[in-house]
Design a protein around this ligand. Structure first.
Ligand code: ZN
Length: 190
């Protein structure tokens, strides 16, 4: 009996240690299974990517499929962003969807023309002028940005908001998305 109880306690301890091991020091939790396998492009990664430009959708709901329809209605050939991070409206909260422009390593259509060939476009669903991003979106954003940083050799300082790119006058991605904090987190090892 004692041996059984000891075995149970040991199994619990191993389980808890396993859960803790997944937690980064910042409190971020890498989902298991790690979704980054689905972000791998179908062609070699371009070495021209120098920046990541972060957007909000300025809408309460959205998904890659929804924005793809909206962008095609504007006459573009497909979703303008490379990635979309859901908020639980049309896809699950924090779900990262890789668009065809990323998978095919094509120019984006999300910023001024001079940026679209060298900046990866990431859009979080939500309006961050009026509402906060969800905790799951923030965890996914950091996870995706760390992955992009190491995959493309992009330094933390080059993860910028749409409004921060030269020549753009836009509130995007909203004052409630703390990009300073994101850059600080990216600069510290996990
Ligand atoms: Zn934007």
């Amino acid at each position: 009996m004692i041996r059984l109880v000891a075995g149970f306690v040991l199994a619990q301890a191993i389980f808890i240690a396993g859960v803790l091991a997944l937690r980064a020091p910042s409190g971020a939790l890498v989902p298991d299974p790690d979704p980054s396998a689905s972000w791998e492009p179908r062609v070699p990664v371009r070495n021209a990517w120098t920046h990541v430009i972060i957007h909000h959708s300025a809408s309460g709901t959205g998904s890659a499929a929804q924005f793809d329809r909206e962008h095609r209605a504007k006459g573009w050939d497909s979703l303008g962003y490379h990635f979309v991070i859901g908020n639980g409206s049309l896809t699950e909260d924090g779900r990262v969807e890789a668009g065809s422009r990323w998978l095919d390593q094509a120019d984006g259509a999300h910023a001024k023309p001079e940026w679209n060939a060298r900046a990866v476009g990431v859009c979080l669903v939500g309006n961050f002028e009026t509402a906060d991003p969800t905790p799951a979106q923030l965890r996914s954003l950091e996870h995706l940005c760390r992955w992009l940083g190491s995959r493309c050799g992009i330094p933390p300082a080059n993860f910028v908001g749409h409004g921060g790119t030269h020549g753009n006058a836009t509130l995007c991605p909203g004052k409630r998305l703390d990009l300073e904090l994101l850059r600080r987190n990216l600069a510290s090892p996990r």
